[in-house]
Design a protein around this ligand. Structure first.
Ligand SMILES: [Zn+2]
Ligand SMILES: [Zn+2]
Length: 687
């Protein structure tokens, strides 16, 4: 194989002209092409140099040639192997940047003899995915978002592992492994030096210049000294790691950087530096209003004293008729009745029984649920059995807590809660001397309510976990904090401005506090600024697609079925655009169920089920899935592929964007597999 070095007619300028021309099977000028392998022109194939190319499929796949054999960097779906077969290319090796299933979907159905090499740190996420899917911590009480759940549904064969600093030779190319964690903890990039060109294939470390594909993959626990938080408390927690990885890539002085979803970055120096700046700005604006500063001030020392950050609100003494136990607030009426909010632990029940015995309260008359998190609902079934009182909440909360199997969300509890009265937003009721008004309150989570309790002297607003004296609780992106006009915290802040509470209460904070209309306005201004930063850093028509991990979800998330039976699965799609969203979707059952190999996404997406969802609305599509008679008991993962024609590139295809779990029961014993809740593991006393 001859090798193309830096020749007089090979210039950066010529290359750039060629590569920006798009998808047209381009070639740079080649001098000594005698032994060069020319795959047939294909609209999705772009040649970067004599021995290096890029196949644009469901993701961008790097192709390094050695004659008519190829080494691939990631492989995307089965379309890559179809392209190789049609072009007479033998795929010899597949090097994988990270464990997300969209990187290697093709390995599930393709009988390939290619050697698959993966990051040593992520090997088990390829070879032993059952460990992930069977772990109770992947299903209930989710406080860690890493490893991320875009895990392969079945294991694949791996020939070996790669570590940072290792090099391999392939034809005339040298390929160096760079550790570039961030998007996932064990992500690697590959520096391909060939034909006088240095190209880094970096997976999803970034998307395009100054952009990341999404922010939910950057949720990661914070640590400083001895202090370590779960991933739950780490909004943008991976940003320092991402920055280090970007510097590591730049340190290789690449001519080009190629990303899995965004494609070729032609001025790495500029594009990667821009991302570093944007991550810092975004984190700064997040910290400036963050409730987490109240819980973990030591993690934000470098921001202390910043005049442009929201000052902490003073803490106030709660009125004497309130009690705070665990995460529960208790209102005692003048005649001794108790109204309780949340019940995360049996200790709350014990404490109430003691209060009754001591004559502090006479009886428990009602239970209000602020939100679905486990530390607020785990012991509700026992509570309702003990005190036989009605349970109230708003609709968004009831939808989760009455059928938790239907959801996979952070901190979700397997406790099934009986809700006696679902209260409409603003539908007040009287309780003794109090007028109680519930509100939909999409603060800490989308599934959150607030209760406004007024008596002759006080206006108390119980905000669940949504605010602390330091600001707003938006530190777990998987909680779905939206920033549309009138939604999310923007709605909560408007409500507080209108209600003007004398006291606000958080379930994890003993003292009261308030936010005045001017404080709410100050937060809103920072959120408006954050919207601008999010628009810049996320490559979507509406940035919410990059902050809402569950904009496509399956309902129910988990259900049981019998061999030979069928299941109905609804795909629920939230359109964040103001205009209609057209999407094409298909459900991908386990390979052993379908019998035939699914066609590649690019070849078939127009045949998938098509749906148009009105602006800012949720759409639902029902799918039937048949379970073959021969299916053994166990947990099975059904994936969903989606194609969005209106995004760039069009269509943007997301393979395995979400999943559902089907539990096949052992008919003889009716045992459910690994569906038991895990013990609560959480930072006690923090929201
Ligand atoms: Zn990824
Ligand atoms: Zn909470």
């Amino acid at each position: 194989m001859s090798r193309l070095g830096h020749t007089p007619d090979w210039s950066r300028r010529k290359f750039l002209t060629a590569s920006t021309a798009g998808l047209a099977g381009l070639a740079i000028p080649v001098r000594s092409a005698s032994a060069r392998y020319d795959p047939p022109v294909h609209p999705q194939f772009q040649r970067l140099s004599q021995n290096l190319g890029l196949l644009r499929g469901t993701i961008h796949v790097g192709v390094v040639f050695n004659g008519n054999e190829a080494l691939l960097i990631d492989c995307g779906d089965v379309g890559t192997f179809e392209w190789a077969a049609a072009a007479g290319i033998k795929v010899n090796k597949v090097l994988v940047t990270h464990h997300h299933r969209e990187q290697v979907m093709g390995l599930l159905s393709e009988e390939t003899n290619a050697e698959v090499l993966v990051s040593a740190a992520e090997e088990k996420y390829f070879t032993d995915v059952a460990q992930y899917w069977l772990a109770p911590s992947s299903r209930w009480h989710i406080y860690n978002q890493r490893p991320h759940h875009w895990m392969l549904p079945q294991s694949v064969k791996v020939a070996g592992v790669l570590k940072g600093g290792e090099s391999l030779t392939w034809g005339s190319a040298t390929i160096k492994v760079l550790e570039t964690p961030g998007h996932t903890d064990g992500s690697v990039s590959f520096l391909v030096a060939v034909d006088g060109l240095r190209v880094v294939f970096c997976g999803d470390l970034l998307y395009g210049p100054g952009q990341v594909p999404d922010l939910y993959c950057l949720q990661k626990g914070l640590h400083r000294g001895q202090r370590r938080t779960s991933d739950y408390h780490g909004f943008l927690g991976a940003r320092e790691t991402v920055k280090e990885s970007l510097h590591r890539v730049l340190g290789q002085q690449p001519d080009l950087v190629v990303t899995s979803a965004g494609g070729v970055i032609e001025k790495p120096e500029v594009g990667l530096q821009l991302l570093i700046e944007r991550l810092d700005s975004l984190y700064d604006t997040y910290v400036s209003t963050s409730a987490l500063r109240h819980y973990f001030p030591e993690l934000f020392e470098e921001f202390q004293g910043r005049a442009d950050h929201l000052p902490f609100r003073p803490q106030l003494a709660p009125p004497a008729y309130l009690r705070h136990i665990g995460t529960s607030w208790i209102i005692r009426s003048q005649d001794g009745a108790a109204f309780v909010m949340d019940c995360g632990s049996p200790r709350v029940i014990e404490a109430l029984e003691k209060m009754i015995t001591a004559g502090e309260i006479t009886r428990v008359e009602g239970l209000w649920i602020t939100h679905y998190h486990d530390d607020h609902v785990d012991a509700v079934p026992q509570f309702l059995e003990k005190f036989a009182c009605p349970c109230y909440t708003v609709r968004p909360v009831a939808e989760v807590i009455t059928r938790p199997m239907a959801w996979r969300l952070p901190c979700i509890s397997p406790s099934v809660v009986r809700v006696d009265r679902v209260l409409a937003d603003g539908e007040f009721f009287s309780w003794h001397e109090f007028r109680m008004t519930p509100f939909d309150f999409p603060g800490q989570t989308l599934y959150h309510g607030a209760l406004f309790a007024e008596n002759a002297t006080d206006k108390l607003l119980f905000v669940g976990d949504s605010f602390t004296p330091a600001g707003i609780d938006d530190y777990c992106i998987q909680n779905r904090n939206f920033l549309h006009d009138g939604s999310g915290f923007l709605r909560c802040l408007d409500l507080i401005s209108q209600l003007k509470p004398t006291h606000m209460f958080n379930c994890h904070v003993d003292s009261a506090f308030t936010f005045r209309p001017e404080d709410c306005q100050a937060i809103k201004e920072r959120l408006q600024h954050r919207r601008e930063l999010l628009k810049a850093i996320l490559p979507w028509r509406d940035f919410h697609f990059g902050i809402d991990e569950f904009w496509v979800r399956c309902d129910p998330y988990e259900q049981t079925a019998s061999p030979g039976g069928k299941v109905i699965l609804d795909l629920v799609i939230l359109n964040h655009l103001t205009e209609a969203l057209d999407v094409h979707v298909r459900v991908v059952p386990p390979a052993s169920w379908s019998g035939e190999r699914l066609p590649s996404a690019l070849r078939s997406w127009q045949d998938w089920q098509q749906v148009s969802i009105a602006g800012r609305k949720e759409g639902r599509i029902s799918q039937e899935i048949f379970v073959p008679k021969s299916t053994a008991p166990g947990r099975y993962v059904v994936m969903v592929d989606i194609a969005i024609p209106g995004e760039t590139p069009s269509p943007r295809i997301l393979c395995g964007v979400t999943e559902a779990v089907i539990v096949i029961q052992d008919v003889s014993t009716k045992t459910l597999f690994h569906n038991r809740p895990s013990p609560v593991r959480r930072e006690r006393g923090r929201g």
